[in-house]
Design a protein around this ligand. Structure first.
Ligand SMILES: [Mn+2]
Length: 356
């Protein structure tokens, strides 16, 4: 019986055959991880119709040898990756043009002159778009830790804390509760800084009457969670409440209506139309959502520019926002599995405005 990694190799081989490639050199870390189940620093794969070889060095020997569906080639003195490729008979080798280091690609050309290296789009990323059962469960587990962290932060947040102190608490809580690492740099910002969609936590102090926006996530089994909540510290102004409720309505409308088969543009419009109708269209300057997986930003995109139908089995964020420069911003984000008939939302943390 084949394991999920062998199934993935089979799908990659079909893609190579369709493109007339004899071999494919996988060098992007998350792409390597997709076939190993391990975090793949300094590892690469060489995949042909018959072979799949992991190429790395002594530091990863035991790990690499434990992957029974891969052969192992150890780099060392007199055994470079170029020696390995020159020892193979395959002529036409695909490389990942979005992932490979330029210096390595140039060295391939120079040191393996009898080979043809074909810069390919991110074939493995495309294979990663639709998730299997393991990937879905891992993402759900990561979302569960993030939701626990949100409950904790609702207890912890108070006037007088700096953004950095609060962000540190959030990250420490997730690590203590089973997170392997963070999905991305935590965004925890307050006051006027909440108008920066990707603001960086600093020495700014949380004050009464301010919003705090937390956009954060962690990884379990290699898979990312992604969640954003905006909460008020003490009584917010009427304008803050009104804007919050517009974003909430937009976000909920998208959650209610998204399903497989709609285009990314149509999904984006479920939220954008609500915000535009309320007169805040120009303050929602990013797209509605993105796929997640081994990386925080994957396919598909819920964007005005995406006219492709969304596939069932993708995991996508739903995150509208309104950002008023110099005043405040609001974003609400869930992460959900797309099905033929709707979504299964992995983030069940409350969305109504919480006033702490
Ligand atoms: Mn996101």
């Amino acid at each position: 019986m084949s394991n999920r990694f062998e199934d993935r190799l089979t799908r990659l081989r079909a893609e190579l055959a369709a493109r007339g490639l004899n071999a494919f050199y996988v060098s992007g870390e998350p792409n390597v991880a997709y076939f190993t189940g391990k975090k793949g620093n300094d590892c690469a794969l060489y995949v042909t119709q018959n072979d799949a070889v992991i190429i790395t060095d002594f530091r990863y020997r035991e790990m690499a040898q434990s992957l029974t569906w891969l052969e192992y080639y150890e780099i060392g003195i007199g055994r470079s990756v170029f020696d390995f490729i020159n020892s193979r008979f395959e002529k036409k080798i695909g490389i990942e043009k979005d992932r490979i280091r330029l210096s390595l690609a140039l060295s391939f050309k120079e040191k393996c002159p009898s080979k043809e290296f074909v810069p390919e789009e991110d074939i493995v990323l495309a294979l990663r778009e639709v998730k299997d059962e393991y990937e879905i469960e891992a993402t759900k587990a990561a979302c569960s830790i993030a939701m626990l962290a949100f409950d904790h932060m609702c207890e912890f947040l108070r006037p007088g804390l700096t953004e950095r102190e609060a962000a540190a608490e959030l990250e420490y809580f997730m690590r203590k509760n089973g997170a392997e690492e963070l999905s991305f740099d935590t965004i925890l910002i307050t006051g006027a800084k909440t108008s920066l969609p990707h603001g960086v936590p600093g020495d700014d102090v949380i004050k009464k009457g301010d919003f705090v926006t937390m956009d954060y996530g962690c990884k379990v089994g290699g898979y990312c969670s992604d969640e954003t909540r905006t909460v008020a510290i003490g009584q917010p102004s009427q304008e803050m409440i009104d804007v919050y409720n517009i974003v909430l309505e937009a976000q909920q409308n998208a959650c209610d209506k998204i399903h497989a088969g709609l285009t990314g543009r149509e999904c984006d419009a479920f939220a954008r139309d609500v915000i535009e109708k309320a007169g805040y269209g120009e303050y929602f300057g990013h797209s509605l959502g993105h796929g997640t997986g081994l990386e925080i930003h994957e396919s598909p995109r819920y964007a005005q520019t995406n006219n492709e139908p969304i596939k069932a089995g993708t995991i996508v964020s739903i995150e509208p926002g309104i950002y008023l420069p110099g005043k405040f911003g609001v974003r609400i984000e869930d992460l959900a599995l797309v099905t033929e008939t709707g979504i299964i939302n992995f983030v069940t943390a409350p969305k109504e405005l919480i006033i702490l």
